[in-house]
Design a protein around this ligand. Structure first.
Ligand code: NAG
Ligand code: NAG
Ligand code: NAG
Ligand code: NAG
Length: 315
């Protein structure tokens, strides 16, 4: 039921005048979730679209995406764009970077036809922390494990013209039954303008559980992003940590006696050598530097090395 609802509302367009009451009649707001496909309408449509120009604008100067009905090849996202038969702009696999203002302009005989058509695209996107190492941030699934705390941050990327404080706009986290998760003490929910965060400690039974971040305007669902918990096989397999512990313990069992033996031997060596050295220093004659170093190398190579073994065997 809810799935069907999401589908039929996908790409739903509402008039910006409903939201702000100040924008032009032709301006539209489109809400979409990242990863989905969207169609931005050009209501100036002519019988053919070979004069259609679509440009994109956010913070800086406008960039032309479509000129004379043809895609500009040099734009970063040209592969995800296409021009519909009704001159609408189609964007595949929307990313949060696609939010902004899109303008459709039509010409007849080099003269602009009608006025500019502005469409404002607002993108809902969920990011997860700790983030998954294997998949990109746009993925709705991530490999995480029970017992860990996870934060799902749901953000509405919105063009400045549009305010998240707008009357009637609401972001909510719901579970599969549609229950508002603020009512469940298991979840910590914090929200701030265009952003709502859900934090919870994952339980074993959360595998395959789905949470949805929903954007509604005046109680009408605009778009929603689902997040599905997916535990990897190893995260649920209790044997793997045990094996690691066994290996660690086993290595200690072998290494520890060896280490103790080595330390005992070393201590004995030191005692031996300590007394020997002090005698050497007292009796050692002073040679010119070159000879002295030559002589010092001789005992450290042969004599000293033999002593510890001998004394170990005697004791
Ligand atoms: C667009 O195509 C139509 C025929 O489909 C042609 O008559 C018209 O001149 C073309 N316009 C431009 C600007 O190329
Ligand atoms: C959509 O874009 C994301 C990156 O933004 C990419 O990882 C993913 O594979 C794309 N999906 C499709 C169906 O192209
Ligand atoms: C949704 O949350 C309510 C309240 O916490 C709970 O009773 C219900 O079982 C949950 N539904 C799902 C599908 O998890
Ligand atoms: C939600 O999480 C994001 C990323 O961790 C953070 O930047 C933002 O301030 C948080 N918002 C709230 C309302 O806590």
């Amino acid at each position: 039921m809810a799935n069907k609802c999401d589908l039929c509302l996908l790409g739903l367009i509402i008039l910006s005048s409903l939201l702000t009451g100040t924008s032009g009649v032709d301006d539209e707001d489109v809400f979409i979730s990242s990863g989905e496909n969207v169609r931005l309408p050009c209501n100036n449509a002519l019988s053919d679209c070979n004069s259609t120009t679509w440009s994109y604008n956010r913070d800086s100067a406008a960039v032309e995406l479509i000129t004379g009905g043809k895609k500009k090849k040099d734009t970063e996202r040209h592969e995800r764009l296409s021009l519909g038969s009704d001159c609408s702009l189609n964007i595949k696999n929307v990313t949060q970077e696609d939010y902004g203002s899109y303008t459709c302009r039509q010409y007849v005989n080099d003269k602009q036809q009608g006025t500019d058509e502005h469409v404002y695209l607002h993108v809902l996107h969920v990011s997860v922390s700790p983030s998954s190492s294997s998949s990109s941030s746009s993925s709705s699934q991530t490999e995480i494990s029970p017992g860990r705390s996870v934060t799902l941050s749901c953000q509405l990327y919105s063009y400045t013209r549009f305010s998240c404080n707008s009357e009637g706009l609401q972001l909510l986290w719901r579970n599969q039954s549609g229950v508002d998760l603020r009512t469940d003490s298991r979840y910590q929910i914090s929200s701030d303008h265009c952003n709502i965060n859900l934090t919870t400690t994952l339980l074993n039974e959360d595998d395959n559980r789905e949470w949805r971040c929903q954007l509604t305007v005046r109680n009408q669902l605009q778009t929603s992003v689902r997040y599905t918990v997916k535990y990897s096989a190893t995260a649920l397999n209790p044997a793997s940590p045990v094996i690691v512990i066994v290996i660690v313990v086993a290595s200690f069992a072998v290494l520890l006696p060896a280490l103790i033996l080595w330390m005992i031997r070393r201590k004995r060596d030191d005692n031996r050598r300590g007394t020997g050295d002090s005698e050497d220093q007292q009796t050692r004659p002073v040679y010119p530097t070159g000879q002295n170093t030559l002589l010092q190398q001789v005992p450290s190579g042969g004599g000293v090395a033999d002593t510890p073994d001998a004394c170990w065997m005697h004791s």
